[in-house]
Design a protein around this ligand. Structure first.
Ligand SMILES: [Zn+2]
Length: 237
């Protein structure tokens, strides 16, 4: 063995075990991170995982704050918690490398917030449905957005424990749907009146009145509308 070869052999003598995988490393193949020695394989993996998961967590937090929709919120919630779980190993091994939060803090905080995140998503979906309905050109397109919300609520209702909050959102969606329907009948009635078609006008006002009398929601707006429509019907009869 030459001296050169001997020196190289010394460099490769194991001097410790990697904190993460437990494999032995030599001085040449180890890296010190936050005061702990790890093998170069684990270092490479750590660098990739930590950087990419922190990026994912920050992205998910931003999106959740914007509260886009129920489906997006659920997707971002999973992204957040799963990414934090993948970082847990480094926290458990004692690497003090997380600045503003630790993975276990993120998990603890958001595991209790899932329901709120879902409810916020439904609320955002209702606002969006109202916007879509307002700009829709056809009558069915004005109603569809609200039906979609009601189906979504039906789909996720078992996952939400706060039934009172859920019911409140469901009633809000129904209220907007009924209001849109009543306004559509009244608009048709007014058009028929304008054209001199009394029978059609009467029929459309009756449709609106039937809806108002049979809906499960009562509010001042609907009571006022009902009175106005009843007066109209009396005049037309
Ligand atoms: Zn290792």
């Amino acid at each position: 063995m030459s001296w050169r070869g001997f020196a190289r052999a010394l460099e490769n003598i194991p001097i410790g075990n990697c904190v993460i995988c437990g494999e032995s490393y030599s001085s040449r193949t180890s890296v010190t991170v936050a005061g702990k020695n790890i093998c170069s394989n684990c270092y490479r993996k750590m660098k990739n995982v930590v950087n990419s998961r922190i990026k994912k967590i920050n992205g998910a937090l931003d999106e959740i704050e914007k509260s886009i929709s129920l489906k997006n919120n659920l997707k971002n919630y999973s992204k957040l918690v799963e990414s934090a779980k993948e970082l847990l190993i480094y926290e458990k091994k004692g690497f003090d490398i997380f600045k503003n939060f630790t993975p276990s803090q993120i998990i603890a905080e958001y595991e209790g917030k899932k329901e709120q995140i879902m409810l916020d998503g439904i609320r955002a979906d209702i606002d969006e449905a109202l916007k879509k309905s307002k700009i829709a050109a056809t009558q069915s397109a004005k109603i569809t957005p609200f039906n979609k919300i009601l189906m979504l609520i039906e789909e996720y209702k078992d996952e939400i424990k706060d039934k009172a909050k859920l019911k409140e959102l469901e009633l809000r969606a129904k209220e907007l749907k009924y209001e849109t329907q009543v306004d559509m009948f009244v608009e048709d009635a007014k058009k028929a009146e304008f054209k001199g078609d009394k029978n059609k006008a009467l029929d459309k006002y009756m449709e609106a009145l039937y809806l108002l009398k049979n809906m499960e929601i009562s509010n001042l707006k609907f009571v006022t509308k009902e009175k106005e429509i009843e007066e109209k019907i009396l005049k037309l009869k």
